[in-house]
Design a protein around this ligand. Structure first.
Ligand code: BG6
Ligand code: MG
Length: 213
């Protein structure tokens, strides 16, 4: 039986992927190029610096480390402005209900996010208290697809990886969960997340029954 569920944040619980995209796109435009939503898939799940490196590669731009730090900071300031106005209306369909069901049957709940803004967002949308454990970008040294974030979550919950199910919208996150030895439910499209054990288009499709299968 499943003892714990570990949720990614951006793109699973809230659609902050759109805000990340807006901020990265603004940065790209300032650097003199544009980038598509399709390119944006590659930025999902990975750390802020990794995202910047992928963006610069797409634009064919080379910069030194100091300049990169500056740009990452700037992007984050824009992103923080964009998320400052979030509230519980931005919680994605089915999330609160599914978390409540898990809680009722005693399945532990963790967050496993690459974002350093994860706690700010959870507070803004009022979901902080639903999580037994929160692992975010401030706790990890290796970004997805490395399994670190999910292994730290399982360890903190004292649940073995094989009894954990991860919910992920990013290809890098699905890979991270699989290398952690966990089962993974993709949230998004089957075509993109074909490596996942199961795929739903949103948490509204999740039930306790489906979780056990
Ligand atoms: C992930 C997002 O959850 O967090 C990535 O999918 C983002 O797109 C990463 O780059 C880091 O987030 P932050 O908020 O620390 O810049
Ligand atoms: Mg995500």
């Amino acid at each position: 039986p499943v003892k714990a569920c570990i949720f990614d944040l951006d793109g699973v619980i809230v659609d902050t992927a759109k805000y990340h995209y807006l901020a990265w796109r603004r940065l790209a435009n300032e650097l003199g190029f544009d980038f598509s939503e399709e390119d944006n898939e590659r930025l999902k799940g990975v750390s802020r610096m990794d995202s910047l490196n992928i963006l610069l590669e797409i634009g064919g731009v080379q910069l030194d480390e100091a300049r990169k730090e500056e740009l990452a900071k700037k992007k984050n300031e824009w992103y923080v402005e964009l998320i400052a106005h979030m509230d519980d209306k931005e919680i994605l369909a089915g999330t609160t209900q599914f978390l409540t069901e898990l809680q009722k049957v005693g399945v532990k709940i963790a967050l496993g996010s690459a974002s350093k803004n994860a706690k700010t967002i959870l507070k803004r949308i009022g979901l902080m208290e639903m999580f037994d454990v929160i692992i975010d970008g401030t706790d990890i040294s290796k970004a997805k697809p490395d399994p670190e974030v999910f292994l730290l979550g399982a360890e903190a919950l004292k649940v073995e990886p094989s009894a954990c199910v991860v919910f992920e919208d990013a290809v890098s996150g699905v890979e991270a969960a699989l290398s952690a030895g966990m089962r993974v439910v993709g949230v998004g499209s089957k075509e993109t997340l074909y490596k996942a054990n199961d795929v739903v288009s949103s948490l509204a499709e999740m039930t306790l029954d489906r979780l056990e299968k």
